[in-house]
Each structure stands twice: as structure tokens, then as C-alpha cells.
Write a protein that binds this ligand. Structure first.
Ligand SMILES: *Cc1c(COP(=O)(O)O)cnc(C)c1O
Length: 414
């Protein structure tokens, strides 16, 4: 490990596959499409099944191409191990399916990705009680804890209103109480922030977004940072306790979250994501710089009522952002002044594309209340601080001057 540590972020990703021999000197781990893995000694097959030696058995539980990506993600997050899933929601769903039972309690940030919010409503119907709190202040998290609280769940920078969770203090609280702290790092990516540094036990990444980065493959992951002591977790089944406690959580998540529910990442998608990850740092540098330039320009314009971006001095968690993250991210949202129709504005953009994704190389825009947050209704939107005219911008890597001209040119003259 010490020899690996000396590499920078991008060098480590580029050279990670070659830490293990690859067929024919190939520089990329090949796309292995085989579903089954044959053994010349049937005893060895049995021993792989019994977890006594490593090996692949059936594609739903693991695949060599996916495993190479998992290794890279572990490296990126400075973790212990990673499990990949077909989507980011597959990864978050696995936390519920693999670790929670009826009667358990979860404290979650109220400022959440829309589908995660929906998932927490679903688990409510299945006996897991979720308390939603304003996680920008650790006091709200502390007040919501009960003896049945198993997990505290937050996003680093919330999508779309960009609230920043009180990450270090929540991590400290969870450590004191022996509670598993799960951080969705999608908006920051391991390039801007490592949740391990604030004591997160599990890190979620929606690989679909900036890590894959080109909008051509869905994927998600859970990384065990090694920060949580699994011997404190009450629901680890005896089957998954055969190895040292450091491995218990992931053993149960692999079986109960991935194998039983089947949201497995395919090898082609894993390959696309692994290639995308090679340029994560370069793309984040450009898209974060573009986001800051756009947010500053719009904030200074009288035709814009509000801009929400943690890189702006006006943002409530601007100081915290500077302490925690390498940059303030590639996503911001804004509200046009009264009387300017957000649909007309979006239709005048020539570069920003109305589309529902983020972390793409291209700049994507979406009217939040009418699309991704439509289903939750006006009341919950208001409680999350989401104005009906809010526009979310996922900033791409286009030339800065072109983006500035596009977003300014689409504002109507007053
Ligand atoms: C997109 C997203 C997810 C879900 O990822 P999918 O791959 O779309 O399932 C989870 N969390 C955050 C913060 C996201 O932006």
C-alpha cells in the first residue's frame, strides 16, 4: 500500500489495472462477458462458493471487469473495498435491503436526490422509519436520533439546492454513538472530497454521473472506508461473520443487497465507466471552473432573482465548502426574476440542453419543480427550499466563454 500511496489521483487511476497482470499486456482490463466461471478441480469451485478462496462463480455476484472498476473506486475513495451496482439507486437500495429491518430508524438529510427521497418513502411503508432533518446543522441530526437509529444518511452537496451537510460534525456524532454514517458523494466525487475523512463508514457514488462522466452508462457503487466497526452493527447474520469484522458489512451487502436483489453492473457499462474515470480530475477542474464563472455572472445580473452555488460567498455554507471540498462542484441552480418564464428561457439556450442527467461533459438544464421533483408535490418542494421556477444547471466542460454567452444571451431584455 505504501508504494501505491505516492501516486497522485489521476496517476493512480490510470495505472491501477496494471497492479495485477493483464492478458497480453493489455492496458485496459478486458470486457469479460462470461456469466459462469469453470474450474478444473470441482473442489476449488466448492471452496469459492464457501468463501474460502477468492474467485468468480456467477455474473450476478461478481465479474472481473467490474472487479477492476471496484478496485479503482476503492483507490479513489481510499477505502477498503467497493461493490458496484447497475445504478446509483441500486447501490442505495442495497443499503436498505442489506442492512435495515422493520423497526429500524434512519436519520436522513431532508435535502435529497428525488429518487432517494422516494425510496425513503417506500421503506417507510415497510416498517423502517425515516426522520428527515436539515443536515446543514448537526444539532438537528442529534435531536432526531433514537435508540433504534442504525444509519445517518446525507448527500455532500444536495441536488438541486446545493445545501452542504455539516459533514465533519455529523461524522463525529455518529462515531460517538456507534452509528453507521452513509454519505452520498455523487455531487463531489472522490476528486473533490473523500467522505472517509469525516468518518463515513459507507460511501455511495452514482457512477452514472461525473465518474463515468459522458452520459453513456448507468452505474452505482458502495465503498467501505474501513471507518465503521461492523462488530457494533446489530444485524449481521452469522453467515457473514466468518471473516474478520472489517469484512462483515460488505459480505452481507454483496449477498443480501446485490445477489438477492440482482441490480448487478454489466461488464460493458463497467468498462465505459472505468474509461470515463481516467479523466475525472481533468473534467472536474473544467466543469467546476465553468460553474463558478456562470454562477458569478448570473448572480450579478438583475434579471436573476437567486443563484444557489456553494462557491459563491453569498451561499450559507460557503466557508464550510472551502474547508471541506477541493472545489464547489459542477452543479448550481438559479431562479429567474418575476415575469421571466423559465421554459421560454430554457428554449432560448443553444448550448445548455434541457435533459435529466448531471455530471455529463455537456451542460444540461432542467426546470426542477416541473420534472424531477414534480411527483413529490408543492408542499414537500417548499419544505426543501425548491422554488417553482428553479432551474438546475449541470455544467459541462464546454469553453467557458461560449457558456457565459449562451446563458446571458438567453436572458430577455427588460
Ligand atoms: C443520480 C443520483 C443518484 C442515483 O443514481 P442513478 O445511477 O441515476 O440511479 C443518487 N444520488 C445522487 C446524489 C444522484 O445525483
Amino acid at each position: 500500500m505504501s508504494e501505491k500511496k505516492q501516486f497522485g489521483f489521476t496517476t493512480a487511476i490510470l495505472h491501477n489495472d496494471r497492479q495485477k497482470p493483464i492478458e497480453h499486456g493489455s492496458l485496459h482490463k478486458p470486457v469479460h462477458t462470461s456469466v459462469a466461471y469453470g474450474y478444473t478441480d470441482a473442489r476449488q469451485l466448492a471452496s469459492v462458493f464457501q468463501g474460502k478462496e477468492p474467485g468468480f462463480r456467477y455474473g450476478r455476484q461478481g465479474n472481473p471487469t467490474v472487479a477492476a472498476l471496484e478496485d479503482k473506486l476503492t483507490r479513489m475513495e481510499d477505502g477498503v473495498s467497493t461493490l458496484c451496482f447497475a445504478t446509483g439507486m441500486g447501490a442505495i437500495g442495497a443499503v436498505f435491503q442489506g442492512l435495515l429491518r422493520a423497526g429500524d430508524h434512519v436519520v436522513s438529510s431532508a435535502f435529497l436526490f428525488g429518487n432517494t427521497n422516494s425510496l425513503w418513502q417506500t421503506v417507510g411503508g415497510q416498517g423502517v422509519d425515516v426522520a428527515f432533518v436539515d443536515a446543514t446543522d448537526v444539532a438537528n441530526v442529534a435531536a432526531a436520533l433514537t435508540p433504534a437509529t442504525r444509519i445517518v444518511f446525507v448527500e455532500t452537496i444536495a441536488n438541486p439546492r446545493t445545501q452542504v451537510a455539516d459533514l465533519a460534525r455529523i461524522g463525529q456524532l455518529c462515531r460517538e454513538r456507534g452509528i453507521l454514517f452513509v454519505v452520498d458523494n455523487t455531487m463531489t466525487t472522490p476528486y473533490l472530497f473523500r467522505p472517509k475523512s469525516v468518518g463515513a463508514g459507507l460511501v455511495v457514488n452514482a457512477l452514472t454521473k461525473s465518474i463515468g462522466g459522458h452520459g453513456i452508462a448507468l452505474g452505482g457503487s458502495l465503498t467501505d472506508t474501513g471507518e465503521y466497526d461492523w462488530s457494533n452493527y446489530p444485524h449481521i447474520a452469522a453467515n457473514y461473520k466468518r471473516n474478520p469484522p472489517a469484512q462483515w458489512g460488505m459480505a452481507q451487502l454483496r449477498a443480501k443487497g446485490l445477489r438477492d436483489f440482482g441490480a448487478s453492473l454489466g461488464p460493458e457499462a463497467a468498462h465505459h465507466i472505468a474509461v470515463g474515470a481516467e479523466t475525472l480530475a481533468l473534467r472536474m477542474e473544467r466543469s467546476c471552473a465553468n460553474a463558478l464563472a456562470l454562477a458569478r455572472m448570473l448572480e450579478a445580473d438583475p434579471r436573476v432573482a437567486a443563484v444557489h452555488y456553494p462557491g459563491l460567498a453569498s451561499h450559507p455554507q460557503h466557508a464550510l465548502t472551502n474547508e471541506l471540498f477541493r472545489a464547489a462542484g459542477s452543479l448550481f441552480s438559479f431562479e429567474l426574476s418575476d415575469g421571466i418564464d423559465c421554459f421560454d428561457y430554457l428554449n432560448r439556450l443553444q448550448i445548455g440542453i434541457p435533459a435529466s442527467n448531471l455530471g455529463d461533459t455537456r451542460t444540461l438544464v432542467i426546470p426542477v419543480a416541473h420534472t424531477i421533483f414534480y411527483e413529490m408535490g408543492a408542499e414537500r418542494r417548499a419544505s426543501m427550499g425548491i422554488a417553482e421556477s428553479l432551474i438546475r444547471v449541470s455544467v459541462g466542460i464546454e469553453d467557458t466563454a461560449d457558456l457565459l454567452a449562451d446563458f446571458q444571451g438567453a436572458l430577455p431584455s427588460l
